[in-house]
Write a protein that binds this ligand. Sequence first.
Ligand SMILES: Cc1cc2nc3c(=O)[nH]c(=O)nc-3n(C[C@H](O)[C@H](O)[C@H](O)COP(=O)(O)O)c2cc1C
Length: 278
Amino acid sequence: MGTCKSPEPDASGLGDPNGSDLDADRCAVLLDLDLRSRQLQPTHRTLPAVRTAAPTGQGPSFALPDGSDVPIDAAAALANRTSGSCFGSLGGFPAPDVDLVSIAAPLRHALYPHPSDLVTPGERPPVNCYFAAPAVSGLPDAFYRWCPDEGLLHTQAVGGAYKRLDECYQLTFGIPMWTFSPRHQSANLMFYLAVDRLRAERVFGDRAYRVLHQEAGIVAQRLCTLAAASGLAARIHNGYPAAAVGAVLGLPAGVEPVIQILVGRSRPSRRYQMEVTP
Ligand SMILES: Cc1cc2nc3c(=O)[nH]c(=O)nc-3n(C[C@H](O)[C@H](O)[C@H](O)COP(=O)(O)O)c2cc1C
């Protein structure tokens, strides 16, 4: 039986790989994965910022309404959080009571820097926030990118969000959106969190997939919690035609949406809601 020794001395200074006495016969796959994840190269440890899709120029940009600095009671927000077993009636239409003000707080805080050893300290997470807004009062029915540095929503694609999303479902799955995912019809908006898979893989190899989902997951958790604090239901809903949606958003090659979140007003339903006290 051999041991998992590196044939070359490690120049990274991050530890001595020859120090391992793992059984090579039993961990060949693991070694291969480790090799491709390039974890021992110190210059390859931080993720680059996500390349953004250029606005189409087909629609205006919108400033986010000013927010108050009233602190959010996270415990109360989490206790009241719901993933919206239905927004409106299932398969019905969204209620016209979600406006730009109600989504301003989730957006404003979505991409704040959080402590992470995957980006340069103080930088925003390696995640971009797009959304489809078929039924947000005060916003034309279109797709948008949230730019936190400018405080602006840029129009990414016009033509009616439901209609264009439906085309994505038809193209990818061969069935209409309402058949595949009835909940979409009653949601007011859908967030799409996009990551730069291509550049992340150059840095982290195969491990990029997990790393990017962790970073996008933190942003998703924040969006869902802040949506709850704004009285909205938010539901991660990852059965969707990601490549086709990415194309509608105009994402550069290698930049992909990894999380979809449906948002709307939660309605009473027959679903049992467990009582949670903060
Ligand atoms: C990564 C991920 C993907 C998900 N995809 C779907 C989905 O495609 N459809 C769906 O109905 N729920 C999906 N869910 C589950 C809902 O978002 C939600 O977490 C679940 O209904 C539990 O909600 P609750 O915590 O409010 O009870 C997904 C959850 C996660 C974390």
